[in-house]
Write a protein that binds this ligand. Sequence first.
Ligand code: SF4
Length: 334
Amino acid sequence: MKNFAYVRATSVKDAIQRVSSTESMYIAGGTNLLDRMKVFLDEPSQLVDVSRLDMGKIGRIPNGSFNGGLQIGAMVTNTMLADHPDVRRDYPLLSRAILAGASQQIRNAATVGGNLLQRTRCPYYYDTAFVCNKRQPGTGCPAIQGYNKMHAIFGASDQCIAVHPSDMCVALAALDAVVEVEGAKGKRRIPFSEFHSLPGNTPQRDTSLAAGELITSLILPPTSMARSGVYLKLRDRTSYAFALISVAAMLDISGGQIRDVRLAMGGVAHKPWRLTVAEEFLKGKPAKDSSFQEAAELALQEAKPLTHNKFKINMSKRAIRRALTVSAKGGGLV
Ligand code: SF4
């Protein structure tokens, strides 16, 4: 690890000013950043600690377009969010997704804002004996010809085939969350679907954040459908492992017909992946297994598997079907 200066920000404005004016990075829980710094993937000259700023609350939104939804401060820890009674009751898939990730110790330290900014766990990215376009654009992607079991089946490019590692972000994608950020040019809101990026020709970029912008909070829009939410994660071992694939599903069913549906997947793309074609297909269909099966087939039609991850196709189809089946019964554990 390279030597760095450390300073504790006194306010959001102070933090933004410090990071905008130097080779600095924000730090909160540090559960991914410090790992990257230890192997010289990130070498900031200064860390600006934002963990003690007043962004650690969860509250009901009292008015406006998100009236009745939840606002979650960026410094809320994963544990606090997963355990919050309103989240457990109204957005259970978010609680389950968080508890499916990492260990209790990491969840106690990791923050909501940091969760959105964690970087891929592609082993070639972390091993500096290999070249990597995400580390250094233009050098190459050894994963394409290498061992790519954990890599993308959707949205990859010839520059990078990495996947986003977060469980929580898959639930947030299904919930149509909104990210509130602040930077030198002021505040703005970013729809969750536009927050993370695909690799394209800029694999070094993971998000649409401008330089120096700080995540200040998340908005969960109100939706009664979320109570039927399911998060199904499949992995090589039953705890403390990243997803081979995961599915977030929720359904609004009336009189046996599907009125609305949300489906998102993790472990399959450079960003949490919404299954919009399957969603459109399901609207108005009977809430039964044959509909779910057909939706799963449609969802995987555009998938492009690699040498070592062809298994993700059938695994994804079965997981989508199972998640929808459980959601149709009112949600719960899968
Ligand atoms: Fe680097 Fe992306 Fe290739 Fe992994 S998949 S080696 S992160 S360029």
